[in-house]
Design a protein around this ligand. Structure first.
Ligand code: FES
Ligand code: FES
Length: 187
């Protein structure tokens, strides 16, 4: 900092610098799982980064980071999107549902329950994305054929190759009437 001398007098009327702690914090509001959450405003960060690193919602997984694996899927206004490819700016003002937002208290969402009942897990890493994709699929098509299920989950990769059980889980969920109107299926 320059020393104040006769040749370098203080600027008359200059306002003292505001301590960083006193500056108003600029935040944006993101609606996640039915709650408004404060997040940093940079619109170019990915929704996945904000969910995991700022909000601690680590149920949404970081797989490839390139839009290829589907591990990061969340519902945006009830439709599955890849959070790693979604800038946070696109999600502001809309409704985000993560895997943590599907259960009602201790009661699992029927799609979650179907995956449990079918033992459709091996390592489990892909499962949050699979469940989110299934909720989105059944909201649009409550009783899909096997071919339609395969097409609906086409963007989700299971590295353990547990596709047979996953297919059975989706079929089981689709047999539960009213699944399309349950939490997470709609904004
Ligand atoms: Fe987003 Fe793989 S982490 S698609
Ligand atoms: Fe391991 Fe699908 S259960 S990646």
């Amino acid at each position: 900092m320059a020393r104040r001398t006769a040749a370098n007098p203080p600027v008359v009327g200059a306002r003292p610098a505001t301590p960083a702690t006193a500056r108003p914090r600029i935040v944006s509001r993101l609606r996640v799982n039915g709650r408004d959450r404060a997040v940093s405003p940079d619109p170019d960060r990915s929704l996945l980064y904000v969910l995991r690193e700022e909000l601690g919602l680590t149920g949404t997984k970081y797989g490839c980071g390139e839009g290829e694996c589907g591990a990061c899927k969340v519902l945006l206004d009830g439709v599955a999107v890849r959070a790693c490819q979604t800038p946070i700016g696109e999600a502001l003002g809309r409704s985000v549902t993560t895997i943590e937002g599907l259960a009602q208290g201790h009661r699992l969402h029927p799609v979650q329950q179907a995956f449990v009942d079918t033992s459709a897990f091996q390592c489990g890493f892909c499962i949050p994305g699979m469940i989110i994709a299934t909720v989105s699929l059944l909201a649009q098509n409550p009783h899909p054929t096997e071919k339609e299920i395969r097409a609906g989950l086409d963007g989700n990769i299971c590295r353990c190759c547990g596709y047979v059980r996953i297919l059975q889980a989706v079929q089981r969920a689709s047999q539960r009437s009213g699944v399309e109107s349950l939490p997470g299926a709609t904004p």
